[in-house]
Structure formats: structure tokens, C-alpha cells
Design a binder for this molecule. Structure first.
Ligand code: HEC
Length: 105
């Protein structure tokens, strides 16, 4: 019985650790977002109609959009402005940026 309780506690600790290791870093995302501000506005609230607003967008959507630019799947005329930005981002950068923009208003 005692072993069972220890194993249960150990499983919970390991779950918490693995979540925190993979959690996106909002602060790192905010730091990276400096290079996006010129077009997408402060905190992703673009005031220029040709630049989409990113603030409050779902993180999963932001991640897939950024990967689509980076991997050459979005390549319209307007997408050409995004491709050079996205190609220098790592998977971690993308996860952090998505986490940051999804939680700003
Ligand atoms: C030179 C201007 C410019 C910069 C700098 C820029 N973007 Fe963009 N971004 C655009 C344009 C234009 C679009 C719309 C492209 C299209 O039509 O697909 C866009 C689209 C996006 C989208 C897709 C939005 C949607 O609703 O589908 C995301 C996500 C995005 N940008 C994130 C970023 C991030 C993160 C950065 C900084 C690393 C960044 N952008 C820097 C111009 C820019």
C-alpha cells in the first residue's frame, strides 16, 4: 500500500515536471515579438489593415500559420512578407511567440 502511494506521488511529480519542461515561455515570446511589432503592432494589435492582428488568437492556429510560412506552404504575394520572418524561427521560438500572442488582449 505504501509503495502504491509513493508510486502515485512520483507519477504526479513526473507529470508536472514534463509539463513544465515543454511549456512555452511567454516571456521569451514577448522578447522575440519585438521583431514583429513593426508590422503587427505593439502586442499584436495591428492598426494597419494589411497586417493581421495576432492578439488573443489561439496559440495552435498561430503555431500552424507560422510553420506554414516557414515550410513554404503559405506563399501568396502578401505571405512573401512573412516568409523571411518565419524562416529564422525555431520550433521553440514559434511555440513561445504563439503562447505570448494568444494571451495578450
Ligand atoms: C514586414 C512585415 C511583417 C513582419 C515584420 C512580420 N509579419 Fe507576420 N504577417 C505580415 C503579413 C503581410 C501577413 C499576412 C500574410 C498573408 O496574407 O498570408 C502576416 C501574417 C502573419 C500571421 C498569420 C496570421 C493569420 O491570421 O493567419 C502570423 C501568425 C504572423 N504574421 C506572425 C508574425 C510574427 C510572430 C512575426 C515576428 C517574428 C511577424 N509576423 C513579423 C507581415 C509581417
Amino acid at each position: 500500500m505504501k509503495n502504491c502511494v509513493y508510486n502515485f506521488i512520483l507519477a504526479i511529480i513526473m507529470t508536472i515536471l514534463s509539463i513544465s519542461i515543454h511549456a512555452a515561455d511567454i516571456k521569451a515570446g514577448r522578447d522575440k515579438a519585438v521583431m514583429c511589432q513593426g508590422c503587427h503592432g505593439l502586442n499584436g494589435n495591428s492598426v494597419v489593415p494589411i497586417f493581421p492582428k495576432l492578439a488573443g488568437q489561439h496559440a495552435a492556429y498561430l503555431e500552424s500559420a507560422l510553420k506554414a510560412y516557414r515550410d513554404g506552404l503559405r506563399k501568396s504575394t502578401s505571405a512573401k512578407q512573412m516568409i523571411p520572418m518565419a524562416t529564422i524561427l525555431s520550433d521553440d521560438d514559434i511555440a513561445n511567440l504563439a503562447a505570448f500572442y494568444s494571451q495578450v488582449k
